[in-house]
Design a protein around this ligand. Structure first.
Ligand SMILES: *[C@@H]1O[C@H](CO)[C@@H](O)[C@H](O)[C@H]1NC(C)=O
Ligand SMILES: *[C@@H]1O[C@H](CO)[C@@H](O)[C@H](O)[C@H]1NC(C)=O
Ligand SMILES: *[C@@H]1O[C@H](CO)[C@@H](O)[C@H](O)[C@H]1NC(C)=O
Ligand SMILES: *[C@@H]1O[C@H](CO)[C@@H](O)[C@H](O)[C@H]1NC(C)=O
Ligand SMILES: *[C@@H]1O[C@H](CO)[C@@H](O)[C@H](O)[C@H]1NC(C)=O
Ligand SMILES: *[C@@H]1O[C@H](CO)[C@@H](O)[C@H](O)[C@H]1NC(C)=O
Ligand SMILES: *[C@@H]1O[C@H](CO)[C@@H](O)[C@H](O)[C@H]1NC(C)=O
Ligand SMILES: *[C@@H]1O[C@H](CO)[C@@H](O)[C@H](O)[C@H]1NC(C)=O
Length: 462
């Protein structure tokens, strides 16, 4: 959903800018990855159009119908991995065609009231260069996010930015297997990337000041991310990302390799306990301390595994993650959902997701709000930025609102700072929001006239 469509006044389900990250995690329900699509990368890719890249790894061009179908299976969030280096100029300027195409795909998600996570994915592996040409790599990183934060800043909290995928680890600096080299130095790079990421976003204006952000864990590996060397930047709206393919001999391996022997089935008591033990580490290190966690990828990509085991794996990840308040986003590069026929290849998996997602539906919290909205004006649903700067109302997220042409509109704080300063006198509008028993309250803004309490979401100066 675009900010401009925010139904601020009409009820809780559309009130999106008031959410804490903790609330967001619940709202995000279960997620799905648009894998092997906008993140396709390769010197061999023929052609120079976004479509050439989007389809290079074998998936069809993404359509809104795909996203709507995914939604119908109960998913509420879609992660969109992107390779921004495709079609990029040598000074790191992102192709405007690519920006436009990513924007289109994000809109398939946002227009269907789902949450979207957009990242810099593998992107040809240039994150390795932080080990060899650190300064230049930071320059590229910052240039990319500066462009992205400008281009996408208009979107509300349904759009989440992710600092990077799983490439945040440098074995050439610190070998995680042999524990040789300089561990501090390796972690410092990722910690600095994540810190810079938060700073770039927060300083970029628009809705980015309050946007929820996802930070890559070290290698997005659970053990390496719960390590005390990993530092979460101080910020109210950041979450940590790990990926879960444990045991890889089951999830990834199709034939025996030097490093492992294929495991065809999964799901005995030991397997499940081991998964719980892994997730418990995330709970202790992050969730219990108020830092939310997203499992940005999990799933079985190997095609030759026992069917019941596949089902049990998915179900176990989802159920235990949700039990701990963690949001799981399944990796799907086409192995689960067939984007041509718009069905799950294994229809039982489709049904599993439907059943699972109905258990985690948070429409409960979003509907029982005794929404006695006196302000019955059908035009309140549209809200561009106000043309003027007169503040008439406030929102629980510190946002400020005006009222023009019978419509609510958001005050553009980039051009109205003087008026905002001047409005801090006279009567105060206290806007606070209650939703499903939770109180997001908090902000007080002032205006010179009388204030009228419209409903739990909105107050107005008159
Ligand atoms: C894309 O490729 C075509 C021919 O393959 C060429 O004519 C065109 O100039 C290229 N466009 C860009 C933006 O590189
Ligand atoms: C490891 O890296 C850190 C940070 O770059 C540095 O301060 C420290 O001196 C290094 N340690 C060794 C043993 O090189
Ligand atoms: C949904 O939740 C109920 C109650 O906790 C549980 O009995 C049921 O198995 C769950 N369904 C799925 C598909 O997880
Ligand atoms: C929905 O709300 C009811 C009553 O408030 C509560 O008992 C139930 O557990 C909630 N269900 C979910 C899925 O949140
Ligand atoms: C939430 O809404 C979905 C779809 O309308 C419905 O299937 C589900 O039962 C609802 N859940 C609750 C807890 O009301
Ligand atoms: C609000 O407006 C709608 C559409 O015009 C109308 O159907 C409804 O009765 C109105 N509600 C109140 C409380 O006036
Ligand atoms: C909604 O806005 C349109 C155009 O701005 C106007 O013609 C219409 O009367 C408005 N409706 C209400 C209910 O205010
Ligand atoms: C929510 O916060 C407001 C403002 O602080 C307070 O007046 C109200 O009682 C709170 N409601 C609940 C249910 O805590």
């Amino acid at each position: 959903m675009k900010l401009s469509n925010a139904l601020w006044i009409l009820g809780c389900t559309k009130i999106t800018l008031a959410m804490t990250t903790n609330q967001l995690i619940k709202e995000m329900g279960l997620g799905w990855n648009l894998g092997n699509t906008l993140e396709c990368y390769g010197d061999w890719i023929n052609g120079n159009t976004t479509k050439d890249y989007e389809t290079a790894w074998g998936n069809p061009v993404t359509t809104e119908a795909m996203i709507k179908t995914i939604k119908s299976y109960g998913f509420k969030s879609v992660r969109v991995p992107v390779a921004w280096s495709n079609l990029m100029s040598s000074d790191y300027t992102i192709s405007s065609e690519l920006l436009k195409r990513v924007d289109e795909v994000l809109n398939y998600i946002l227009n269907n009231d789902m949450y979207a996570i957009m990242n810099i994915h593998y992107d040809g592996g240039w994150f390795d260069n932080f080990a060899t040409s650190e300064a230049e790599s930071f320059t590229k990183y910052e240039k990319i996010w500066k462009q992205l934060t400008q281009y996408f800043k208009k979107y509300d909290e349904h759009l989440i930015f992710e600092s990077l995928n799983e490439e945040g680890c440098w074995d050439s600096i610190w070998n995680r297997y042999s524990n040789s080299g300089n561990k501090t130095k390796a972690y410092n790079i990722l910690n600095t990337i994540n810190r810079n990421f938060v700073d770039i976003v927060r300083n970029s204006g628009g809705n980015n000041a309050n946007r929820h952000l996802l930070l890559a864990g070290y290698c997005t590996d659970i053990d390496l991310t719960v390590d005390s060397a990993y530092i979460v930047p101080k910020d109210d709206r950041v979450m940590v990302s790990v990926h879960y393919y444990t045991p890889t001999t089951f999830t990834l391996l199709e034939k025996d390799e030097s490093w492992g022997k294929v495991q065809y089935s999964w799901g005995n008591t030991n397997d499940v306990n081991s998964l719980k033990n892994d997730f418990n580490k995330l709970k202790t290190r992050f969730v219990d301390k108020g830092i939310n966690v997203i499992i940005g990828e999990y799933g079985v990509t190997a095609g030759n595994k026992d069917k019941e085991s596949n089902h049990k794996y998915i179900t176990s990840v989802v159920e235990y993650a949700k039990q701990l308040g963690i949001c799981p986003i399944v990796w799907d590069h086409g192995q689960y959902f067939d984007r041509s026929t718009l069905t799950f290849k294994d229809t039982e998996i489709g049904q599993i997701y439907k059943d699972l997602s109905s258990n985690y539906s948070s429409n409960n919290t979003s509907s029982n709000t005794n929404n006695n909205n006196n302000n019955n004006n059908s035009n309140t649903s549209s809200s561009e930025y106000c043309s003027g700067c007169t503040i008439t109302g406030t929102g629980g997220d510190n946002s400020i609102w005006g009222w023009e042409n019978n419509k609510a509109c958001r005050i553009d704080t980039t051009k109205c700072s003087e008026e905002i300063k001047n409005s801090n006198s006279g009567n105060c509008v206290k806007a606070y929001a209650q939703c499903g028993g939770e109180n997001y309250s908090g902000v007080t803004k002032c205006c010179s006239g009388k204030c009228t309490f419209i409903n739990q979401w909105y107050s107005m100066c008159q």
